[in-house]
Design a protein around this ligand. Structure first.
Ligand SMILES: Cc1cc2nc3c(=O)[nH]c(=O)nc-3n(C[C@H](O)[C@H](O)[C@H](O)COP(=O)(O)OP(=O)(O)OC[C@H]3O[C@@H](n4cnc5c(N)ncnc54)[C@H](O)[C@@H]3O)c2cc1C
Length: 392
């Protein structure tokens, strides 16, 4: 959807082929944390879209961390979003983000062809030929494959995923906010190491508009299938957030996270580009999945727009190659960052375990030790490097 908006904004005619039906169910816990740069990108490609998300989302003022039942870090900011037009981040469930994107597509007059699963993709130096499951045939100068982790487009251009899977499973639940303001959990992001309330598992609690994301990391001997039942999860929710929240549980799932990227983001003819989860899958710590997918989409649109308007083949090819160079580098960077967070959370590196223990014992006297414990589960915060052509 971002690719389509970004192409339209650059004066390129565009259509979306979507495998599922218009009345599909998009339920399930997915992205909540939207980075400020993503808000800027969305606002740029469709004025008002970034603003809508800011209005819909929330910015929490407090970061708090506990270690085995005891608080080791807490900081509340007077102005947590910063002074810019857009906050540093906003927290809004992906279903709402997607609704705003659909509104933006309508406003821009961009058509979605529902029930149109791409089945075959054949590229040539002149363009791309696509067949969809309903038997229709499509011709287009350029195709952006933004068809998710199981991408058909990726397979059709012969690209392959390469990488690892997390060792631990994670149980992720979304919980509705309760009405009783007295009983409401404070508006804070909480990480609790080895929380005794849930059998010594790590717990992360993150607010979003009208709800909470509860993330529980399984430990050795856990059977995620047993923990993921509504009954067991209600118990966990009651232990972590209080009885009042137990009935508010609405989505629960268990994950092992893949950390993989395609061995190429473009086809041999420089006519097909992969973006988002079609190109890479990341563990969610650090919130780089949807955010980096939106960055891919915007850069893919920029490359396609220049290539599409270009009168010289070599210039068009170069733009597409530059897209791959930039976004493959960004994906490597994001994979590494999410991987650091994952390795920290899985905690099987003795040096990391020692560092955590030492920081926890110092946290009462030395604030940076508590801040380290608060920050580390999300991995590094910086953005991928900018890749230039290397020209002087
Ligand atoms: C628990 C969890 C928490 C997360 N938290 C965050 C977060 O806080 N911040 C963040 O940035 N990211 C987060 N993510 C990641 C984020 O949800 C994904 O990265 C993002 O949804 C990927 O978007 P996408 O458009 O690439 O793929 P998708 O959302 O999978 O969309 C792909 C689309 O292509 C369609 N499609 C598939 N095959 C075909 C075909 N053959 N033909 C036509 N259409 C097809 C699908 O129906 C779908 O509509 C989280 C993910 C999870 C699971």
């Amino acid at each position: 959807m971002t690719t389509a908006l970004a192409l339209h904004a650059r004066g390129v005619p565009v259509a979306i082929l979507e495998a599922e039906s218009e009345d599909r169910d998009r339920s399930g816990s997915r992205a909540i944390y939207v980075h400020g740069t993503t808000l800027h990108t969305l606002e740029r490609v469709h004025p008002g879209l970034g603003e809508n998300l800011v209005e819909e989302g929330i910015v929490w003022p407090t970061r708090r961390t506990c270690w085995r039942g005891k608080e080791v870090f807490k900081r509340t900011y007077d102005n947590p979003g910063g002074d810019g037009k857009f906050p540093h981040f906003t927290s809004v469930p992906q279903v709402r983000t997607e609704e705003y994107m659909h509104e933006a597509l309508d406003e821009a007059g961009i058509e979605i062809h529902w029930d149109s699963a791409v089945e075959t993709v054949e590229s040539s130096p002149d363009g791309v030929y696509v067949e969809t499951a309903d038997g229709r045939e499509w011709e287009t100068p350029y195709l952006v494959g933004a068809d998710g982790g199981g991408s058909t487009v990726r397979k059709e251009i012969g690209a392959e995923f390469d990488g690892d899977q997390s060792e631990n499973s994670f149980i992720i639940a979304d919980v509705n906010e309760i009405d009783d303001e007295e009983e409401q959990w404070p508006n804070e992001r909480l990480f609790h190491y080895d929380d005794p309330a849930v059998g010594g598992r790590n717990v992360m609690l993150v607010p979003f508009t009208d709800g909470w994301r509860l993330d529980i990391q399984c430990i050795d001997g856990d059977d995620p299938e047993e923990l993921v039942t509504d009954e067991k999860m209600r118990e966990f929710v009651a232990e972590v957030m209080g009885e009042a929240y137990a009935e508010e549980l609405y989505w629960v799932s268990s994950y092992k996270f893949l950390q993989v990227m395609a061995d190429t983001f473009i086809d041999d003819d420089r006519r097909v580009l992969l973006a988002g989860e079609a190109a890479h899958l990341l563990a969610p710590f650090g919130a780089r999945g949807m955010n980096s997918g939106i960055a891919d989409a915007d850069e893919a649109a920029s490359a396609v727009a220049t290539a599409y308007h270009s009168t010289i083949d070599a210039v068009a090819r170069d733009e597409v190659e530059l897209y791959a160079a930039r976004r493959e580098k960004a994906a490597e960077y994001n994979l590494n960052a999410a991987g650091q967070a994952l390795e920290y959370l899985q905690g099987d590196n003795p040096a990391t375990v020692l560092r955590k223990e030492a920081a926890a014992s110092l946290a009462d006297y030395f604030e940076p030790a508590g801040e380290y414990l608060d920050d580390a589960p999300y991995g590094p915060h910086d953005a991928p490097p900018i890749v230039s052509t290397g020209n002087y």
